[in-house]
Ligand binder design. Structure first.
Ligand code: GDP
Ligand code: ZN
Length: 458
């Protein structure tokens, strides 16, 4: 495919000391060469880095001291010639470098356009491109590992293998349709068909089973902290927030901002609901009433219900228990450093089997147990290895669910002795649906829509 040359600043604005201007396309090298004082970039070997200065030719003024990497097609991210200019100066000079390049006839890249080119040039498939986006937005190391696995093509390989199996099965049916006179072929076909289709269905099912965890890692667990005034909600929030760590990867183009409202609990991102409410009004139940706090609770995947060890249970506590009866709840009895006034037996009865943790937030006790409880609540039974393929993207989950239904229809049809060419339709459809995950069978408008969600410079 023939593309023009594009450029963008490809590190998040304002973050870190180094910003990169990335240029990709057939004119990348000659364009940068024209404004670069140093080695002749058109003559240097591919994948080398060079020290020099960016100079404005009209005024002969030095704009920036830079390191320039030259990467020649096709062994690059976009499969085009890429030049990356590493600038040390602030925002102003980085922008100036970009402006200079644009004035040389290069076009500014649209959001996601580098990744889109990588896709269109066959460097990566659609699920890998989507993983680049997930990586940029990942909230914890664990979420990042999932995205990296997907970016490296783990999901794609699995999907491609399933599609291959389906193709073989379809080929088998073709033989049967072409030679219907062989009764034994027909016999065998039914058995082989059921076996093969069931294999594929089971693998799709397995993948779907990882999706709850995958979605949590990608999107976070929406979490509400509730309790009467003064039980320690803000203190709990603060001790959870302290655990938050910045995530910076050494994969080019993936440094990103840490998103504030997320708290990293053992690799599980918690998205705290109404955090401002807790901080400012000190108590959502008191301020906005039980009805409103019930609404807040409706959005929550997880409720942390805080009680005071140093106080007796009152009617309001019991109401809170009622309000969260059908939710994932962890009950926290806080202030164990103070004398016990609470009736713990009654708390256990109210908790109805939900996990109960005692803490002294002041003495930093019980926080680790709480974090473990959160992580087991959502990863119970899930295999937690870094090289696990999780499905995390809603688009992929939707397609897998559709594929599972379609292939189940096919299996049922075979069982019911439905004519084989009907079965063929369902299997072909399954093959197509799976292909939408990797982008083999997607519509161009979907591709445009997906890539437009990207950040600038990626
Ligand atoms: P909130 O109203 O539920 O948000 O409660 P806060 O987090 O604002 O805490 C209320 C008061 O209890 C503050 O003075 C905290 O320092 C104190 N506090 C919180 N946790 C503990 C604890 O574990 N032990 C003791 N002794 N005091 C605590
Ligand atoms: Zn508070």
């Amino acid at each position: 495919m023939d593309f023009d040359t594009i450029a963008a600043i490809s590190t998040p604005l304002g973050e870190g000391a180094i910003s990169i201007v990335r240029v990709s396309g057939p004119d990348a090298i000659p364009t940068v060469e024209r404004i670069f004082k140093g080695k002749a970039l058109s003559e240097v070997p591919s994948h080398t880095i060079h020290y020099g200065h960016i100079v404005e030719n009209a005024t002969n003024k030095t704009i920036e001291e830079v390191m320039v990497s030259v990467m020649k097609a096709p062994r690059t991210f976009t499969r085009e010639d890429i030049v990356e200019i590493n600038c040390h100066g602030g925002l102003v000079s980085v922008n100036k470098v970009l402006q200079l390049i644009l004035s040389e006839g290069v076009r500014i890249a649209e959001p996601g356009e580098f990744t889109k080119r990588a896709f269109l040039n066959g460097r990566i498939d659609l699920s890998q491109a989507e993983a680049v986006m997930d990586l940029i937005r990942a909230k914890t190391d664990r979420a990042m590992n999932v995205a990296i696995n997907q970016m490296e093509g783990r999901l794609s390989k699995l999907i491609n293998r399933l599609r291959q199996q389906l193709l073989e099965t379809l080929a088998h049916i073709e033989v049967n349709i072409d030679y219907p006179e062989y009764d034994d072929v027909e016999e065998m076909t039914h058995h082989v068909l059921i076996d093969k289709a069931t294999d594929v269905r089971d693998e799709i099912k397995n993948l779907l089973e990882t999706s709850k965890q995958g979605k949590i890692l990608r999107e976070g667990i929406s979490t509400a902290i509730i309790g009467r005034p003064n039980v320690g909600k803000s203190s709990l929030l603060n001790s959870l927030v302290q655990e938050k760590k910045a995530i910076v990867t050494d994969i080019p183009g993936t440094t990103r901002d840490v998103i504030e409202e997320y708290v990293n609990v053992k690799g599980v991102p918690l998205r705290l609901i109404d955090t401002a409410g807790i901080r400012e009004t000190e108590d959502i139940v008191e301020q906005i009433g039980v009805e409103r706090s019930k609404q807040v609770l409706q959005q929550a995947d997880l409720v942390l219900l805080v009680l005071n060890y140093n106080d007796v249970l009152v009617a309001e506590d019991e109401r809170l228990f009622e309000a969260v009866a059908d939710r994932d709840v962890i009950v926290i009895v806080n202030k164990t450093d103070l004398p016990k006034l609470i009736d713990l037996e009654r708390v256990k009865a109210l908790a109805q089997g939900h996990t109960l943790i005692t803490t002294s937030l002041i003495e930093e006790e019980g926080i680790d147990e709480l974090e473990k409880a959160i992580s087991t609540l959502f990863f119970e039974g899930a295999i937690e290895t870094n090289d696990m393929t999780y499905v995390s993207n809603s688009r992929h989950i939707g397609l897998l669910a559709q594929a599972e239904r379609t292939i189940s229809d096919a299996i049922e049809a075979i069982h019911n002795g439905v004519p084989i060419d009907m079965v063929q339709i369902d299997l072909t459809r399954t093959w197509e649906i799976l292909g939408e995950i990797t982008g083999d069978t997607v519509h161009e408008s979907l591709i445009d829509q997906l890539f437009s969600q990207f950040c600038l410079g990626k």
